[in-house]
Design a protein around this ligand. Structure first.
Ligand code: NI
Length: 138
């Protein structure tokens, strides 16, 4: 485990009360864990802005009866094959499919892939979870 450092933080009473309520709702065991996560979240945002290597998950929901759509999504994934680590397909019901594409690469390229997939006609919902390789943060 990394060395721990204790330090004091001065905050408005009302702000701290709101924070405590918020982290209780989020099931955080301690303020330290919650503050550490806020710092890490910001460092990950910075990684995406600075263009360092990042990882992410693109989630898509679509109707598989639209064959052209399925082919188009496959074409886009092949165009960006260097970024795609894995792709998981889940049959949600008779019509709807959920696809999770795990990606790794430069933020700009990952975002381009995500928006190309989301923008494909017939995709009902698409989202990109911006995560980290974990190398740059504790
Ligand atoms: Ni399916």
């Amino acid at each position: 485990m990394a060395d721990l450092v204790r330090f004091g933080i001065s905050l408005e009473k009302e702000l701290l009360a709101k924070f405590d309520k918020h982290i209780k709702e989020k099931n955080y065991p301690t303020r330290s864990k919650a503050i550490g996560d806020l710092i890490r979240e910001n460092l990950v945002k910075k990684e995406w802005k600075e263009g360092k290597e990042v990882v992410g998950a693109i989630t898509l929901v679509y109707n598989h009866h639209r064959r052209e759509l399925v082919n188009r999504l496959t074409d886009v994934e092949h165009d960006f094959h260097r970024l795609v680590i894995s792709s998981q397909h889940i049959h949600l019901d008779e019509d709807n499919c959920l696809e999770i594409v795990v990606v790794k690469g430069k933020p700009g390229e990952v975002e381009e892939l995500a928006s190309s997939l989301k923008a494909t006609k017939g995709v009902k919902h698409g989202s990109l979870t911006m995560a980290t390789t974990g190398k740059g943060i504790v």
